[in-house]
Design a protein around this ligand. Structure first.
Ligand SMILES: NC(=O)c1ccc[n+]([C@@H]2O[C@H](COP(=O)([O-])OP(=O)(O)OC[C@H]3O[C@@H](n4cnc5c(N)ncnc54)[C@H](O)[C@@H]3O)[C@@H](O)[C@H]2O)c1
Length: 345
């Protein structure tokens, strides 16, 4: 069991990696708790929490919205949950976002924790204290910064995760190695077979390193004003590809990471050798899928990226594995670079 403490501005959050999920009772004892989960997790795991009141969200991104928050808030009132109540989200990023957001605004904020069940939520979504829901089709546009009291990451739960979701989560793990830790990158290269077999003990090690990387960055920059931008590696183009092609997040980020690596090679700051290592690793996990997006569509989507400031984007490039740099680039210039690399393909 590894414990990583995230000290946020208002709360401390404890990430427990390798804790058995069923031990969640230890962390909510004495609290008036309600579980929020989705129908899929309910199907797999609810026989182990029948004794605790629970609320079910329909699975999927389409339910990460204010209507769900409203419906769940009504149910919390019905169950008599007051300011002393506690919400335990058991699920992937969608459940964690909805449960964390609801807990942050219900009665102006009650305490909450997560059992994080997907690889993406273990290495990314439940670390960092961001909780948001979508409005219309704009993602995470209403949200809060607020830390859960604890997050349990039990790699054994990944056994039931659908294959595509698992592989998608690997992209964020690889991203953390690429921007921060060449040793993590090499461990993923060397352990690919065990990783595909979802070996819980190797996964515990990889998730621990990955959470440490994200938590160090988040603690240095809780409100996303500086260092946290590094986490956007692969996301400027990745978000556009995700929105347009419907690829799952991790597959779109993998494509975005290759575009950023190609632009870095074009600009003469990244060696073709390091670019090839990234390409080979993403490819080994079948993360590089075909997608088609015209230059005009890409331009439109990148222009509307919510992370841009004025006409510039803070674009994360690579000088090597573990050596990211953020460059403030005019969008027009970035799109010229993009055009030049796609014309060579
Ligand atoms: N708040 C943040 O900082 C942050 C960061 C990254 C991503 N996110 C959000 O996270 C969401 C994506 O997270 P996700 O990929 O976990 O999606 P998800 O919660 O929709 O889970 C994906 C699917 O896997 C199923 N699932 C999850 N764990 C399972 C398990 N152990 N066994 C069987 N099935 C399981 C779910 O039921 C769902 O169908 C997005 O909405 C994204 O915006 C938030």
């Amino acid at each position: 069991l590894e414990r990583i403490t995230i000290s946020g501005q208002s709360y401390n959050s404890e990430i427990l990696i390798g804790e058995k999920w069923i031990n969640f009772r230890k962390y909510i004892s004495g609290k008036k708790a309600v579980i929020i989960t989705d129908d899929n997790l309910h199907y797999h795991y609810s026989d182990r929490f029948q004794d605790i009141p629970f609320l079910i969200l329909a699975q999927g991104e389409n339910n990460k919205n204010l209507e769900s928050v409203n419906r769940l808030a009504v149910s919390l009132l019905d169950k008599g949950i007051d300011r002393g109540g506690f919400i335990l989200g058991i699920g992937g990023g969608v459940v964690c976002d909805v449960a964390g957001f609801l807990a942050s605004v219900y009665m102006r904020g009650i305490k909450f924790g997560f059992v994080s069940t997907s690889l993406l939520s273990m290495v990314d979504a439940s670390v960092g204290g961001k909780n948001g829901v979508n409005v219309d089709r704009v993602k995470n546009i209403i949200g809060t910064f607020n830390q859960p009291e604890f997050v349990i990451c039990d790699p054994a739960m990944l056994k039931t995760l659908p294959e595509e979701e698992y592989v998608s989560g690997l992209a964020e793990l690889i991203k953390h190695g690429t921007i921060r830790n060449p040793e993590l990158f090499a461990m993923i290269e060397n352990g690919s077979e065990l990783i595909m077999n979802r070996d819980p003990s190797l996964l515990e090690k990889l998730i621990t390193i990955s959470v440490r990387i994200k938590s160090e960055i988040v603690m240095a920059d809780e409100k996303e004003e500086g260092k946290r931008m590094l986490l956007n590696f692969g996301h400027t183009f990745g978000h556009a590809i995700e929105a347009h092609s419907g690829l799952k997040h991790g597959f779109a980020v993998a494509a975005g990471m290759m575009i950023a690596a190609d632009i870095s090679v074009e600009s003469g700051i990244l060696s073709p050798g390091d670019r090839k290592r990234l390409f080979d690793l993403l490819n080994r996990f079948t993360l590089l899928k075909k997608y088609s997006i015209s230059f005009g569509e890409m331009k439109e989507l990148v222009m509307h990226d919510k992370k841009k400031t004025g006409n510039d984007v803070n674009f994360v490039m690579l000088e090597g594995l573990g050596k990211p740099i953020v460059r403030k680039i005019p969008i027009e210039k970035l799109l010229e670079n993009y055009l030049s690399i796609i014309n060579k393909q």
